[in-house]
Design a protein around this ligand. Structure first.
Ligand SMILES: [Zn+2]
Length: 353
């Protein structure tokens, strides 16, 4: 999904569930920042303290540079970044590559959510952890059927892709597509071969556009997944809205003893309208901004927390820096990555990292 969903929609659901505006903004920011926290750079405070950043995504240039680097680095990125933060394994099937395929609203991602929710209620970095968790959960409603590692199971049968209502055919701008194109021209390989079928590269950014109605067939049979896939993204995105609202309700009740601000059923029509309206991201974001559902949402600037990271080094003391959103975001990201890769997935027999 993109910023219209990870930021604006997530804010709207948190607010409607009864989470106060300031906290709903922090949750939504953390949810979107998963896509924007691409830098490792960390500077130590003069008192010796350090905020060490966790990379939760890669920019196009970084991904491109790293994809041509050695195999170990490339695989590390897939295992440490794409799998835990964007393509949560569903655990279906028998083989490793079947098990890491993302499943929409799957059992494993819900197990992860329940764990993170209880941790979020107990920790100072709870809002940031809840935001990260919302991002990972949301992505299962768009990335399902694909995995975060190069895999034959990600391959899409040639000429099987049909788009029903996309006016932007051929104009694809996401990381995966750009990666395909650039690598294609650099190495002269077919786009699919060049990315070794990473993530949903073979279908470009169709999974991430809320209005898209499209269908395709995978090249490889695999247990726990139909060969043919026919999708109306706005329907699955609406499912995300309802489910994340439910999780936010639990948090609102436990943390603030709050009842909901807006019952979900009262939003269903408006959400359906927002999910189908607008094609490009800026248009879709403008629609969300003018909806009453996002009253109280702050403007999103990806540099805001990144700049706070820089300020950490020059603040009064590193101890004070611990209370900033950005420090807590990196605490939460590190916790999530550890829990998923070293604790939860291995307990299901899945050794990603
Ligand atoms: Zn993502």
């Amino acid at each position: 999904m993109q910023r219209d969903m990870h930021y604006f929609c997530t804010f709207a659901m948190a607010r409607a569930a009864g989470i106060p505006d300031a906290d709903a903004n922090a949750i939504a920011y953390a949810s979107q920042f998963v896509d924007d926290s691409t830098r490792y750079s960390s500077e130590a405070h003069r008192d010796g303290g350090l905020l060490f950043g966790i990379t939760t995504a890669h920019t196009l240039l970084e991904a491109l540079a790293r994809s041509t680097s050695d195999r170990v680095t490339k695989l590390e990125d897939q295992r440490k970044v794409w799998v835990p933060f964007h393509f949560f394994p569903g655990g279906a099937g028998d083989s490793f590559y079947e098990k890491i395929i993302c499943v929409k609203d799957g059992e494993l991602v819900n197990e992860m959510f329940k764990n993170n929710l209880s941790v979020a209620l107990a920790k100072d970095y709870g809002l940031e952890l809840l935001g990260i968790t919302a991002h990972v959960y949301a992505d299962t409603f768009s990335h399902y059927g694909f995995s975060g590692m190069s895999s034959l199971f990600n391959k899409v049968a040639q000429d099987s892709l049909h788009e029903e209502n996309t006016s932007t055919k051929g104009v694809r701008s996401t990381l995966f597509h750009a990666l395909n194109v650039v690598k294609d021209s650099v190495f002269g390989e077919s786009a699919e071969q060049a990315t070794a079928a990473l993530g949903h590269g073979p279908v470009a950014d169709l999974p991430d556009r809320p209005y898209a109605e499209w269908s395709f067939a995978y090249e490889e049979e695999c247990r726990g997944r139909d060969l043919q896939s026919s999708r109306k993204n706005h329907q699955t995105y609406l499912e995300y809205c309802e489910k994340i609202y439910g999780y936010f309700r639990q948090f609102a009740e436990s943390r603030y003893g709050a009842s909901c601000l807006i019952p979900f059923e009262e939003m269903r029509v408006e959400l359906g309208r927002l999910l189908k309206k607008g094609k490009e991201l800026d248009e879709r974001e403008a629609n969300w901004k003018t909806s009453a559902l996002t009253a109280g949402v702050a403007a999103y600037d990806p540099e805001e927390w990144e700049n706070d990271k820089k300020k950490f080094a020059h603040g009064i003391s590193s101890r004070d820096g611990i209370a900033t959103h950005v420090y807590r975001f990196h605490q939460a990201a590190a916790y999530h990555r550890y829990h998923v890769l070293k604790d939860m997935l291995p307990s299901h027999g899945i050794a990603v990292y």
